[in-house]
Design a protein around this ligand. Structure first.
Ligand code: ATP
Length: 235
């Protein structure tokens, strides 16, 4: 479904991604783990077009998307949930969700998707007329994921969904991520610093260090890998 070939991304003179190559198949949950500053967010932003790569190829369902504007990439079926959630704090929950469907014109199906989201996250239905900024951190993360789902993505990019949330809330959010993947057949690319949780959730994983992919394997294999355990699982 998605293939990155030798992707290199820069911020001015700083090279954040050094020849990144990876693949994600339809229906998978794939995680990208690594320390602070390894380049995980930049990888997602290169895919979604927010920080376009300087060189390399990104194929989505066989079509090159590198260099396309972010709105065109969303229309093709890729949505990103940014780190730190970034919901619209002064808009209501419902208005935030409407914004997620901004590029769609299939009104009846938008309503069906909204009902599905309210089923996934009943708390958002309860709070639908409340300003997004008044929600708890966990509820805001649910809203950010839901807003991305309103674009009806085939590939969902999730950047650090566990950041700053209580363990119970994190558990709930990761259960929903699995549900979205299995029920909706949405492919998920999950960036996480919480490697333990990410590897428990994903089918496969990539490990990133200083802008490079240094390891790739099935999630259960990475979980027992000595180097991964020492560096990222604190064992
Ligand atoms: P974190 O988990 O802390 O977000 P990360 O693995 O997602 O880390 P990135 O945010 O992708 O890492 O950062 C990769 C590199 O690019 C880092 O060296 C970072 O300092 C640099 N970088 C990120 N954003 C910018 C920016 N806007 N301008 C300059 N350098 C940046």
């Amino acid at each position: 479904m998605l293939e990155l070939q030798n992707v290199e991304t820069f911020y001015g003179n700083i090279q954040a991604l050094k020849s990144i190559s990876l693949e994600i198949a339809q229906g998978e949950i794939v995680t990208l783990i690594g320390a602070n500053g390894a380049g995980k967010s930049t990888t997602l932003m290169s895919i979604s077009g927010i920080v376009p790569p300087r060189s390399g190829v990104i194929l989505f369902e066989g079509q090159p998307i590198q260099g396309m504007p972010p709105n065109a990439i969303v229309s093709m079926g890729i949505s990103q949930v940014p780190e730190g959630r970034r919901i619209f704090p002064y808009l209501t929950v419902l208005e935030n969700l409407d914004m997620g469907a901004f590029l769609r014109d299939d009104k009846p199906e938008i309503k069906t998707d909204l009902d599905y989201i309210f089923e996934l996250f009943p708390i958002l239905a309860e709070r639908r007329h409340q300003a997004g900024g008044t929600l708890s951190g966990g509820e805001q993360q649910m809203l950010a994921i839901s807003r991305a789902l309103m674009a009806r993505p085939r590939l969902l990019l999730l950047d650090e969904p566990s950041l700053g949330l209580a363990p119970l809330v994190v558990k709930r959010i990761f259960e929903i991520v699995k549900k979205i993947n299995s029920e909706n057949n949405t492919t998920v690319f999950l960036v996480e610093q919480n490697a333990n949780l990410a590897l428990k959730t994903a089918h496969r994983g990539y490990v990133m260090e200083n802008g490079r992919i240094i390891m790739a394997d099935a999630a259960d294999k990475l979980m027992v890998n000595e180097d991964v355990r020492k560096a990222y699982l604190g064992i």
